[in-house]
Design a protein around this ligand. Structure first.
Ligand SMILES: Cc1ncc(COP(=O)(O)O)c(C=O)c1O
Length: 465
């Protein structure tokens, strides 16, 4: 296809294609298989001449779209997957229309919108406005910023500017109980080291931190700096660390406290500031993910910190052509990327359109429906609920009574594969206290009673087979 400067004069051509693909894709979500397990690409080599628009679209329709998952649909319960709402989807479409580079202020209102989005998220979660931050590509990237700024803090305590001089000679100990895999990855990427974690024991039958053990470890530590990584909602058991006690211990030991609340922070809309997340407002930094429970399209994490100056010290590299003339730090000086997508926009638009109450409604509904699924599993002879459902994640496996651990794991893995092959629902695997399990994580705004009934039917059908 040849590109013509006046191509946009025929905008309607693109709208027609867009509309027909979108309508077809959205229309099939409900009935199509949720996941496509056997996929392949039809075009193998780089096209040299390129295709016409018609042929490009035809190729998409025939070869690509039928192989896409219904990740945005109401029965994709793998990982922790939100489905984009209509308004957030509209926002994301418009991000490409606007194509702003939110690196620094000075040429549009986009930076103001990102700052306002951060402020609105703090209001949504009842966090003090002393938290500032930046939109990231996801929770992994936010955890990476957490590792970097904690590293900078540790360096400051020891007279080392880590951003400038590196981690050489840094004397630091990191404490955590059940860090998400992305946090471990972030410690590796930041030079602190994936293996450099002192494991704090969990409480019995829980993934939450035993704070008595943390106290002992902090008292015993002879390192000059300390970092504690806590969880507000672990990815398997949805456990919450005791953040009030942990923050007190951190204060006592001048330790940095980073809390990964990728999806758990949304629970604050349900039980409030004195509920499961109590004390998170005392953290030095927090990770949250909007492409999980805020149900915006992917590429939407958030990093919040009470120490924006340290974040800027970690990421700012002056260059004459990038000089900042505004009153706020440039986003490129407080995060990884220089050029940045206008990723705050779908979040901002969602908050504008749905408000706090709208978000709260789908969080409540997901929790209610997860409990319904868990109750059915708990009463079924064919399945075992392996952990009580306390939020939006259901942990279960087929009834394994009388089986060896290896046989139970095999049955569980096979059943999970069979569920995903069946295609009416998509789940992901997990592990609970050494045993393989199946996880159903409900975080999609559309999931309702009819989806629970379909999932129960799938579980019944497969147990019968
Ligand atoms: C607690 C927690 N932290 C971090 C992540 C990583 O999020 P992302 O995939 O958006 O990078 C997840 C993903 O499930 C999570 O549950």
């Amino acid at each position: 296809m040849k590109l013509d400067k006046n191509e946009w004069n025929d905008l309607d051509r693109y709208f027609r294609v867009f509309e027909s693909i979108t309508r077809r894709f959205m229309g099939k979500l409900e009935h199509d298989k949720v996941a496509k397990l056997d996929v392949s690409l039809a075009v193998k080599n780089l096209p040299v001449a390129g295709l016409s628009l018609l042929d490009t679209v035809d190729h998409l329709r025939t070869n690509v779209i039928p192989q896409l998952s219904a990740a945005r649909g109401s029965r994709y319960w793998g990982f922790v997957t939100g489905g984009a709402t209509p308004v957030s989807t509209l926002g994301d479409w418009l991000v490409s229309t606007f194509d702003q580079n939110v690196a620094k202020e000075g040429d549009s209102v986009a930076s103001e919108i990102e700052w306002q989005t951060i402020g609105w998220l703090c209001e949504l979660f009842d966090l003090p406005q002393t938290f500032r931050g930046i939109m990231t590509t996801g929770a992994t990237a936010a955890n990476f910023l957490g590792a970097c700024v904690a590293r900078q803090y540790a360096g400051n305590q020891q007279g080392i500017d880590v951003a400038k001089d590196g981690v050489y000679g840094l004397d630091v100990e990191i404490f955590s109980t059940t860090p998400h895999a992305s946090m471990v990855k972030s410690l590796g990427m930041s030079g602190l080291g994936q293996r450099h974690i002192t494991r704090v024991c969990p409480l019995d039958n829980s993934e939450a931190m035993d704070v008595t053990h943390l106290r002992e470890l902090l008292e015993k530590s002879d390192k000059r700096s300390k970092i504690v990584i806590a969880s507000a909602g672990t990815v398997t058991a949805t456990d919450f660390d005791d953040l009030v006690t942990i923050s007190e211990l951190c204060k006592e030991h001048n330790a940095w406290l980073h809390v990964d609340g990728a999806f758990g922070l949304f629970e604050r809309l349900i039980s409030g500031v004195n509920g499961k997340t109590k004390g998170i407002e005392l953290a030095d930094s927090i990770t949250v993910d909007c492409h999980k429970w805020l149900n915006v399209p992917y590429d939407s994490g958030v990093f919040l910190t009470r120490h924006l100056d340290l974040l800027e010290d970690s990421f700012d590299v002056p260059a004459p052509y990038l000089v900042n003339t505004g009153n706020q730090p440039s986003f490129m000086s407080i995060g990884v990327e220089n050029s940045r997508r206008f990723r705050a926009f779908p979040v901002w638009l969602s908050l504008l359109a749905y408000g706090k109450n709208g978000v709260k409604r789908w969080i409540e509904s997901n929790i209610e429906h997860a409990k319904k699924l868990a109750d059915w599993i708990d009463q079924s002879n064919d399945y075992e609920l392996v952990h009580p459902c306390r939020m939006n994640i259901v942990l279960f496996r087929p009834n394994c009574s009388g089986l060896s651990s290896a046989a139970a794991d095999k049955l569980t893995a096979n059943r999970m594969l069979a569920i995903n092959k069946d295609g009416r629902v998509f789940l992901s695997p997990g592990e609970w206290q050494g045993d393989k399990i199946i996880r159903a994580a409900l975080s999609n705004w559309q999931t309702d009673q009819s989806d629970i009934e379909i999932a129960i039917q799938v579980l019944k059908d497969l147990a019968r087979q």
